[in-house]
Design a protein around this ligand. Sequence first.
Ligand SMILES: [Zn+2]
Ligand SMILES: [Zn+2]
Length: 267
Amino acid sequence: MASRSEGMRVTVLGTRGSTPVSGSDFSVFGGNTSCYLVETGETSLILDAGSGLINAPVTFAHPPAILLSHLHVDHLLGLGMYGRISQPEATTMIYVPASDAQDAQDSLAHLYAPPLWPVQLHSYSGNLTIDALPRAMRYGEIQVETMSGNHPGGCVCIKLRFVRKSVVYATDFEHGAEASTRLAEFSRNADLLLYDAQYDEDDYEAHRGFGHSTAREGIKLMERCGAKRLLLIHHDPRSTDETLLGRERALGCQQARYAREGETIEL
Ligand SMILES: [Zn+2]
Ligand SMILES: [Zn+2]
């Protein structure tokens, strides 16, 4: 629960891209894939359902919603093991980029059905509602807006606003003249910008078109849109703590850092 009635709280539950990793080389930044909990006094939203979802709270004062940026498996694979969806009295809303509710349900059923997963989502005991993520909606106290990003197969950037605070989640986003201009406009004066920095400059050259970006592009975007803080996310599974700490020291920007699993940012 956020302690101040006008504040937002963002907790990093998983920030790895592509696949989870484990071991002593990943103890600082964490190994779970994309999952972020955003809370105000009364409302809880979970951004993406990567393996980090296993560390999300199960009990909330009001039913939480899980907003999915897209359907790549690193953003979905925590759903089947999330404790809340097995609780008979618990309601959880899931919003998926899709044309309608049926399309949203069908999309999740590609992964959550035999032979890829033993049971379908509607077989869990919890009360799950799966719907299409609209361009804009209000969920509890939080105003949600989305924007199409730049990623193979599509991905949405998500903006959350509460009173005077705003957070923009731009995961799986590849910079580019047109896309970066739209994202800068979308992120204008955000209090916190979460931005895909999977690659350094050399990695990026080898992975153009893969749908990811760099810390340097994140800092450019932050300066362009007037965001107050930058949290770099979607760490490459090959980037060890040593690699990321080295990159972080080289950022040369006080307001920017690489996200660490387990940290909470109060806005
Ligand atoms: Zn991803
Ligand atoms: Zn992706």
